[in-house]
Design a protein around this ligand. Structure first.
Ligand code: SAH
Ligand code: SF4
Ligand code: F3S
Length: 486
């Protein structure tokens, strides 16, 4: 998934380590909920569903943990350090619980699903454990806790998409929102815990997706990011063989869904994450090229540049296949930015195999990359079939080589943009200086420029004057754009 605009550290490290979003205070009832999210954008989006379900139970959210009656951590299991972070955070609540014994502490999300009721034994502080498909049951689980029991629901579902729940938007930016279009993953990449924590893949009714996007637009939002672990396998009303399931309902694939959302308004930017190299079709690329408001940015995780490693990872494509997909992007959408995910030191990775990752990076020249050391996860195919045999120092050294190369590429591509005039959606004040605004261009670069009389949520033109490897700096060249034509 892509970097999260709500939280800058994700620009450096992704998923699990970095995303820790605390919600703003919102008044709904008199009980107070402190909700903290770790992991991917999907988890953040789920937290908004949780806040909505609990608002119905009279909970308003608070930023101050000391005020809370209920503390919920929405957790991530993608790498071991993501789980360690949550365990450490739990120890910080110990003194709070001593002072306020009636405080309820719950674990949600992927770590809840992975560890199930063992979490209650391992973490004495925890009263409640709920997996990603069990959030509708939270009111009942809280009732159980109220009677002095500890409550668990980690049932995974084949149908749950929370399609009818209107999320409570937890960021107060009000410009950019996540919209979940599907849940789960059927891919079984050998390193990945997600199929175990999120269950089977299922798509959400496209009408509810479009309605949510329309309502966001009417409430002032100007950008939506459609979320799924593998958006290219989005399919509504089609069987896995491509047959129509219900003849009264239209079938919709991802390219068609993108267009439906893009047609909500030319003023609504559409992003999406994550694409899978084995499934990304030219039809999707053509939809992106055809609509000005579908952002020219694709996150296409490669993981490794070597075909044998990709085979061991069970990714379903080779180096050549990936390069062919890159060629298709360049041909169909010439101004498209591309980012990727890379894992250093997967089981059995040799020095030659690692150097193929570096050579692929040089061949593609990614705009951005999220780079990780391989972390073995319990129950995955890799844990059962292979040995985690690359020494930690070697993993670290390879990761450093990958990061250094990527930093050069990002800087090179950013420097090429100096002098260009770009359209930027104003997100708000820059985090670095109150004198400046920030926003993103279509290619997902963060652009920082001096504050003038422009409103959050407007489209402006900025001339790029300078850059770092992470940010473009520029000056406003004219006033708000009136119309964007697809
Ligand atoms: N569905 C997305 C990715 C989800 S996880 C996709 O298929 O690309 C996000 C990223 O975390 C992955 O792309 C991978 O690079 C990384 N990741 C997943 N499992 C990992 C592990 N066991 N060790 C290190 N990195 C991992
Ligand atoms: Fe994990 Fe692979 Fe599914 Fe992505 S596609 S969530 S990496 S199993
Ligand atoms: Fe983490 Fe679960 Fe997302 S494991 S990356 S929170 S799907």
């Amino acid at each position: 998934m892509q970097p999260n605009k709500l939280n800058e550290p994700l620009d450096e490290v992704r998923q699990g380590e970095a995303l820790m979003l605390q919600n703003e205070t919102q008044r709904v009832g008199d009980k107070k909920l402190f909700l903290e999210s770790y992991g991917c954008q999907m988890n953040f989006s789920d937290s908004e569903v949780v806040a909505s379900i609990l608002a119905g139970e009279g909970y308003c959210t608070t930023r101050n943990v000391e005020d809370a009656d209920l503390v919920l951590l929405n957790t991530c299991s993608i790498r071991d350090n993501a789980e360690q972070r949550v365990r450490k955070r739990l120890t910080e609540f110990k003194s709070l619980k001593k002072k306020k014994p009636e405080l309820v502490v719950g674990i949600l999300g992927c770590m809840a699903e992975r560890l199930k009721k063992n979490l209650l034994e391992e973490e004495q502080l925890v009263d409640l454990v709920a997996g990603p498909d069990a959030y509708r049951d939270l009111p009942n689980l809280l009732d159980e806790v109220g009677t002095g029991q500890r409550a668990v629901n980690v049932l995974l579902s084949r149908e749950e998409t929370y399609a009818d729940i209107t999320p409570v938007r937890l960021d107060q930016g009000g410009i950019s929102a996540f919209v979940t279009i599907m849940r789960g993953c059927d891919n079984m990449c050998s390193f990945c815990v997600v199929p175990f924590t999120r269950g089977r893949e299922r798509s959400r009714n496209p009408q509810t997706v479009v309605e949510e996007c329309r309502s966001l637009f009417n409430n002032g939002y100007r950008e939506v990011t459609l979320l799924g672990q593998n958006v290219d396998s989005y399919r509504w009303n089609l069987s896995s063989k491509g047959e129509i399931v219900d003849h009264n309902e239209p079938s919709v694939n991802f390219a068609q869904l993108l267009i439906m959302v893009a047609q909500v308004s030319p003023q609504l930017r559409v992003r999406f994450s994550t694409s899978h190299p084995k499934d990304m079709t030219d039809e999707v690329l053509e939809a992106i090229a055809q609509y000005a408001n579908i952002c020219k940015y694709i996150h296409l995780p490669i993981q490794s540049g070597n075909s044998s490693v990709l085979y061991r990872m069970n990714r379903g494509y080779t180096r050549d296949w990936y390069l062919n997909r890159i060629a298709a992007i360049r041909k169909i959408i010439p101004n498209c930015a591309i980012s990727t995910d890379i894992i250093a030191g997967f089981c059995g990775e040799t020095e030659d195999e690692h150097s193929e990752t570096l050579s692929l990076m040089s061949e593609v020249c990614f705009d951005y990359a999220y780079m990780f050391k391989y972390s073995e996860r319990p129950k995955t195919l890799a844990e059962r079939k292979f040995t985690d045999d690359v020494p930690d120092e070697t993993k670290s050294r390879r990761l450093t080589e990958i990061i250094e190369l990527q930093t050069k590429h990002s800087l090179f591509l950013n420097q090429r943009q100096v002098g260009q005039v770009q359209e930027v959606l104003v997100e708000g004040p820059s985090k670095r200086s109150a004198q400046q605004f920030c926003g993103r261009n279509s290619q997902n670069n963060m652009v920082v420029f001096d504050k003038k009389n422009v409103a959050k949520g407007s489209y402006v033109h900025v001339k790029i004057t300078d850059c770092t490897s992470a940010t473009l700096l520029g000056v406003l060249v004219n006033q708000e754009k009136e119309q964007q034509t697809p």
